[in-house]
Write a protein that binds this ligand. Structure first.
Ligand code: A3P
Length: 329
């Protein structure tokens, strides 16, 4: 006889194998579920998020489309939210010993065990997700729940280039873990772009992902904060202040006078984080090399990889998809 738990695992495995499959994304298979192409390996986690995860009113969720600045947002939010416990100027700040990804773990990757492994974390918890807004459990989104969501969005041209180079690097250095030991071949950037433009990229379509969070941030600005990578690069300190206010921990006058926000900005800056030993040679709890999350960290590097025609193709697709919404790039 199949126990309840095994029964539900069997149920989810069967459901997953019945979903439309996309194998052309070089790093892992994607399955189309609820309008999005999600990495197959995270679908059991999605199921666990819905069945097991118990949000707390003080939870903060960091949401993003992959390669939009997740690592940076994790570092900034962690340092800001926990500054009373860990002064950002301290020599033994956790971010000097742990990669940002281990300071705010992904809901959908961590919850594949049989109980809520986040239950033991002290409040306020900082968690992250690449899931689309529509896939988050109602318990997180409900008006009655006071937990907050911060979304970071980035120019899709930089997103696709960053993703392609990230995939290329991981394929150059290791065998694909989810491809039965066969080393997958990297698609050309042209092929990647074609897939991306049909929405077939990890957590795609990109424009649906962004638009869902944008729409919600417009409807409920206290619930969803919509940040842009480009604005954060240009005006990091004022965005950190905005983030602090949104998370319910604004900087006091005393902290303003001491320049605490600037200290956080420096602690989390690309050059500082990238050069820490843990980020040069360490791996995340999920065994991904920390250094793969630091490449260039600038606006507009796509110009060195996409032809003007490729850039125009992507801009056109995104523009068409967002027409009629108040979101523009
Ligand atoms: P590039 O590949 O364009 O350099 P994610 O964290 O969502 O995976 O996104 C990775 C992108 O964010 C990479 O972009 C990476 O270099 C950039 N990044 C990582 N840390 C950063 C930081 N502290 N400041 C600015 N950009 C950062």
């Amino acid at each position: 006889e199949v126990s309840g738990e095994e029964g539900s695992v069997k149920g989810i495995t069967e459901l997953i194998s019945s979903l439309p499959l996309e194998m052309r994304c070089a790093s892992f298979p994607l399955r189309q579920y609820g309008g999005f192409w999600l990495p197959e390996m995270f679908l059991p986690g999605l199921d666990a998020v819905h069945s097991l995860f118990e949000p707390r009113p003080s939870d903060v969720f960091l949401a993003s489309f992959p390669k939009s600045g997740t690592t940076w947002l994790k570092a900034l939010a962690f340092a800001t939210l926990n500054r009373a416990t860990y002064p950002p100027s301290s020599e033994d700040h956790p971010l000097r010993r742990r990669g940002p990804h281990d300071c705010a773990q992904f809901l959908e990757t961590a919850l594949v065990v049989s109980d809520d492994m986040f239950a033991s974390l002290p409040s306020p918890r900082l968690l992250s997700t690449h899931l689309p807004y529509s896939h988050l459990p109602e318990r997180i989104k409900a008006d009655s729940s006071s937990c907050r969501i911060v979304y970071i969005c980035r120019d899709p041209k930089d997103v696709i280039v960053s993703w392609w180079l990230f995939t290329k690097k991981s394929l150059d250095t290791e065998d694909g873990p989810n491809n039965g030991g066969n080393k997958p071949t990297l698609y050309t950037l042209e092929e990647e772009l074609d897939l991306f433009c049909t929405g077939r990229s990890a957590n795609g379509p990109y424009w649906c992902h962004v638009l869902e969070y944008w729409t919600e941030s417009q409807k409920r600005p206290d619930k969803v904060l919509f940040l842009r990578y480009e604005e954060m690069i240009r005006e990091t300190t004022s965005n950190v202040k905005k983030l602090a206010e949104f998370m319910g921990c604004p900087f006091s006058n005393e902290e303003e006078a001491e320049g605490v926000a600037d200290t956080i900005v420096h602690l989390c800056s690309f050059d500082h984080l990238r050069n820490l030993e843990i980020n040069k040679n360490g791996v995340t709890d999920l065994n991904i090399k920390n250094d793969s999350f630091y490449r260039k960290g600038v606006i507009g590097d796509w110009i060195n990889y996409l032809s003007p025609e490729m850039a125009a193709q992507l801009d056109r697709v995104v523009e068409d998809a967002l027409r009629g919404s108040s979101l523009t790039f």
